[in-house]
Design a protein around this ligand. Structure first.
Ligand SMILES: [Fe+2]
Ligand SMILES: [Fe+2]
Length: 157
């Protein structure tokens, strides 16, 4: 792999970050139910985090002279039940963790030719992995918590 091929992949990752930003922003409004107000704030905060990710990818790509970084999101699924939103969001973040773990391996292949750039990009991707991994962990706990609290009779407790 060459650095320019890696930047193409990175531009795809940027498209995905745009999609995450739109997903959280959209669902901050779409969320319905008893705790909709609190979750509106939660998803708005998540959208702010994604905005920082989008900015980070844009900065990296412009910094590395990539001609035309991606300008917006792809289509995404939308739902309004809290548990469904969280389930979709967990999947989005899990995919990011998987993809960016792969990026670290791909960057290892580039390290001989571009040691400084790859070292820097690894730190950048590691930060992204940390954010998505922790978001996943947090949202899995929210899903487990809401399952316990919304369906007590079914479980007989
Ligand atoms: Fe995300
Ligand atoms: Fe992100």
């Amino acid at each position: 792999m060459t650095l320019s091929q890696f930047l193409e992949i990175m531009n795809g990752d940027l498209a995905n970050e745009w999609t995450h930003l739109s997903f959280y922003l959209y669902h901050a409004s779409a969320v319905a139910g008893l705790h909709a107000h609190e979750y509106k704030e939660f998803f708005t905060e998540a959208a702010k985090g994604e905005m920082a990710h989008v900015q980070g990818f844009l900065d990296r790509l412009h910094g590395l002279n990539y001609a035309q970084p991606c300008q917006g999101p792809k289509a995404f699924s939308y739902v309004s039940r809290l548990e469904d939103i969280l389930t979709l969001a967990i999947k989005l973040e899990e995919d990011v963790v998987t993809n960016y773990t792969q990026r670290l391996k791909q960057l290892d292949d580039l390290a001989i030719l571009h040691p400084e750039t790859t070292a820097y990009l690894k730190v950048f991707y590691e930060d992204q992995i940390q954010d998505s991994y922790e978001d996943c962990e947090h949202m899995r706990r929210l899903v487990a918590y809401s399952a316990r609290n919304l369906e007590p009779q079914k479980r007989g407790d």
